[in-house]
Write a protein that binds this ligand. Structure first.
Ligand code: OGA
Ligand code: MN
Length: 298
């Protein structure tokens, strides 16, 4: 296995490995070490079935069921298992979704910079996206390095944010776009959870900003002040020098660490062209909680 840097210490391209078959312990360790160094790894030319994608993903921990999968009736899911996230513009019968399709509008939230499942108590660890059909134009996925963004903050800001606790909910990110139709009985799934704003990586010891469109407030702060501040930090953290755009080719598998990066989807002509990516995510570890309770006035 070989890793070629695409963007220094942030994005690497992995070659000379077949991830559709069982990996050795050493191969898994090498990929994890690559993830710790880079945070985003691109594996070109890896055709995978959903089952192979799940098997490969399980090398890195327990799979997480997607929220939208859990909120969707089995009969309305295009892809069977809830562990396979349907990141496409197709309905269950394989047709392009209409402009005002509820599920399409929900998915537009991916256009905002976010970290997967940060609306859950432990957030996600790695996410893995496998490209099955890609559009002719647009539809890139962009990544931002939250370690480099943290490092570049001035000392006063670092001190100010060190112990801050944020509240995340899917209702905040979707509310930003004016979407609030989650369907019957799903209200409990949008309740806010708390995370530290500054996380320390358990292996590398590097600090990073845990930002996400799902953040709605900072504990102990007036909401408008919190949102204005989070917006400033997000603007800082997503400057071009911290980001990388991935242009999809069929059979790309891209994996990223949600604890140290944010990502967003870019526009494409989704009412005309098919884009079909399948996602798996690994359950997060309690990295935030391991750092102990933060000092906050509530
Ligand atoms: C995701 C996601 C972005 C994209 O799958 O978690 O945010 O470009 N996808 O589709
Ligand atoms: Mn995402």
């Amino acid at each position: 296995m070989h890793i070629t840097p695409l963007q220094r210490d942030f994005v690497g391209e992995v070659s000379a490995i077949d991830i559709s078959i069982p990996l050795t312990h050493d191969q898994v360790a090498a990929i994890e070490a690559g993830m710790d160094r880079y945070a985003v790894l691109v594996f070109p030319d890896q055709p995978l079935t959903d089952e192979q994608q799940c098997d490969y993903s399980r090398n890195f921990g327990e799979l997480e069921a997607t929220l939208i999968g859990q909120m969707t009736k089995p009969s309305e899911r295009r892809l069977g298992p809830v562990e396979i996230g349907d990141i496409s513009n197709l309905d269950p019968s394989g047709r392009l979704r209409e402009r005002d399709d509820n599920r399409r509008m929900y998915a537009l939230g991916n256009r905002l910079w976010h970290s997967d499942a940060s609306f859950r108590a432990t957030g996600a660890g790695y996410s893995l996206l496998s490209a099955r059909v890609v559009p002719g134009h647009g539809g890139n996925t962009e990544f931002a390095d939250m370690r480099a963004a943290y490092d570049a903050l001035d000392a006063a800001t670092k001190a100010q944010i060190e112990d801050l606790i944020t509240e995340h909910s899917i209702a905040f990110s979707r509310g930003e776009l004016g979407f609030d139709d989650y369907g019957e009985g799903n209200a409990d799934k949008v309740r806010p959870v708390r995370h530290r704003l500054v996380r320390t990586h358990p292996v590398t010891g590097r600090k990073s900003l845990y930002l996400s469109a799902h953040i709605g407030t900072i504990v102990g702060w007036p909401m408008p002040e919190a949102r204005a501040f989070i917006r400033d930090l997000t603007e800082h953290a997503t400057q071009p020098r911290f980001t990388h755009a991935h242009q999809w080719r069929v059979n790309d598998l891209v994996m990223w660490d949600n604890r140290t990066t944010m990502h967003r989807a870019r526009r494409y002509r989704d009412l005309q062209e098919v884009r079909d990516l399948h996602r798996t995510s690994i359950k997060g570890t309690a990295m935030t909680a391991e750092q102990g309770p933060a000092m906050v006035a509530e």
